[in-house]
Every structure is written in C-alpha cells, then in structure tokens.
Design a protein around this ligand. Structure first.
Ligand code: PMP
Length: 303
C-alpha cells in the first residue's frame, strides 16, 4: 500500500502531504546524498509510543557526520518535529516514522561542503513489513558493500542501492527476502535487517565491524535475550551455518523479529518458526507496546 498521511513536516513547517515537494534537480535525487531513519510508533489502545526515538535521532546525526553534512536543526528539534507531526495527523494506530535529511541544492557539483540541507519528517500508518509466520530467503550474488568503499554503518540514501539490488534478485528468484554475504563470504545482513542464528541454545549475530548497520533492534534483541537467559555471541556466520542452523531470524525496526523458515530451498530447523525465535518475538512485542516496566524508558508517548 502506498504510504499516505494528511500532514508532513518539511523544513520547519507542517504542510499538506501533497505540498511536500522538491525540484527534479535536487542533489540527493541524483547522487543519493540523503540521510534517513526508520522508526516505529506503536498504538497501545491508549497512547502512541515511539520506540527508541532518541537512539534513532542520534544515529541520524552520526550518519550526517559520516557523510559530511550538517543537519540544520538540533537533535531536540528533530525529536520535536517527530512528535508534532504525529500529533498533527492525530494517529491512533501503528505508524512508521521516516525523518530524511537531504542535500537539496539544485546543482551538478559533487562538492557538497557548502550545499543546503533540507529536512522532512514523514509519518504514515504501517502494519507488518514481513510475515511474522516466517519468510523464505535467498543468499544473493550481490555482496554487502565493504566499509572501505561505502560507510555502511550510516543510513545514507545512496548506500541503499545495494539493498535494492539484493532484494530485487531475491524476489525475482521467488523468495521473500535477500541475505547478503560480505566480501569474505560471511552472511552479514538482510536487505533491511540484521541477522541472528540459533545453534543449540545459543544466539549468534555478526559483529558491528563486519560491514553491517549497527541496528537498534539488534541491540534491543541482545539485551532482551540476556534477560531471557539466552546466551548471545557476536561472531562471523558462514553460509553453511545458516543452512544447518536450528533457527534463523531477521531483526529491524520494520521487520521487528521475523522468523526465516527456508534459505536457498533448504528448510531451517523444522521449517517452522522456532521456539527461541518465538519467545524473543513475543518479548519484543511486549516491550515495544509498553508492557514491560523495565523498558518504559525506551518509549516516548506522543499524547
Ligand atoms: N540493516 C540494514 C541494512 C537496515 O536498513 C536496517 C533497517 N534500518 C537494519 C539493518 C536494522 O536496523 P534497525 O534495527 O535500527 O532498524
């Protein structure tokens, strides 16, 4: 479904969705010079709760620093813009929040040092991104870019061509999602998710220095699994460890905790979502909807 809302926050003002437009010569459209975040807000029947807002805003400023641009607002102003936009739309359902800063000067130059940066905050109703019942994934031929080529730790628009190519390949082969290997052949990520593998009773996930995005959900899952008494280790994961894993799941703001039940035509474990995955998914869903006292400080109420 096409995203839609009544209002968008654009360069300091709340404007109608239809009026949030840019020129075709905008720098970011040609060169991918944008920085964005993906955040979720959860409606708990009483209030809309934004999950780890401060951490997402912080990562956005880090992405800007890596690209070498200055977002012309403070962290607090971006935070306020997210809340104001949600309130202006009066959302009473689950939403996806997309702040995007982009080099907005109309120019062909590659020298971005003195160019203008615009900021928009787009928020729209959002349900499941991937099936919580489990997905089929393919390890694709496109590799996750190495961080000596592109700063994959940053959410920069242009870097997502890597994800687009990977997902397109997986979809055209009949799969739901792509898994990407790094240059050394270790499986590092989904097209928009971090990956976890269960072998025995233990969790494994690739370390942050291994050409991955330092996912906020990944960090959440590492903390929640420790609460559940499940051991987790950050280390490289091989393709054959994926094929022979007891369970595999993907995590991300959009994907939340998504079981992977098949990879390259091979069933993972029993071919059904596994018990550890389900336990973690349930705990995650309780945390994001404000049902776990210990983690209420991760939630920003909008109303
Ligand atoms: N890896 C990639 C490439 C992503 O695009 C995302 C989604 N932002 C993730 C991992 C997961 O990150 P997060 O949990 O912060 O949403």
């Amino acid at each position: 479904m096409k995203p839609h809302a009544k209002y968008v926050w654009f360069n300091g003002k709340i404007v109608r969705w239809e009026d949030a437009k840019i020129h075709v010569m905008t720098h970011a459209l040609h060169y991918g010079t944008s920085i964005f975040e993906g955040i979720r807000g959860y409606w708990n029947g009483d209030n809309l709760l934004i999950f780890r807002l401060d951490d997402h805003v912080e990562r956005m400023f880090k992405s800007a620093k890596i690209l070498g641009v200055t977002i012309p607002y403070t962290r607090e102003e971006v935070r306020k813009a997210v809340i104001e936009t949600t309130q202006a739309n009066n959302f009473r359902e689950d939403v996806y929040i997309r702040p995007v800063a982009f080099v907005s000067t109309e120019t062909v130059t590659l020298d971005i040092r003195s160019l203008e940066v615009s900021l928009a905050v787009i928020i729209f109703p959002f349900g499941k991104y991937l099936s919580p019942k489990g997905i089929r994934a393919a390890i694709v031929s496109w590799r996750r870019a190495h961080n000596t080529m592109l700063p994959v730790m940053a959410k920069i628009g242009g870097i997502y061509v890597n994800s687009v190519l990977a997902l397109t390949e997986a979809k055209s082969r009949g799969y739901d999602e792509a898994l990407l290997m790094d240059l050394n052949g270790y499986v590092v990520e989904g097209s928009g998710e971090n990956i976890f593998v269960v072998r025995g009773r233990k969790l494994y996930t690739p370390p942050v220095h291994q050409s991955i995005l330092e996912g906020i959900t990944r960090d959440t899952i590492l903390r929640l699994s420790s609460d559940l008494g499940i051991q987790a280790e950050e280390r490289p994961i091989t393709r054959e460890e994926i094929y022979t894993a007891d369970e595999v799941f993907l995590v991300g703001t959009a994907a939340e905790v998504t079981p992977v039940v098949e990879v390259d035509g091979r069933p993972i474990g029993s071919g059904e979502p596994g018990p550890i995955t389900m336990k973690i998914a349930e705990f995650y869903s309780n945390v994001v909807r404000g049902r776990v006292e210990k983690y209420l400080n991760w939630l920003t109420p909008v109303y």
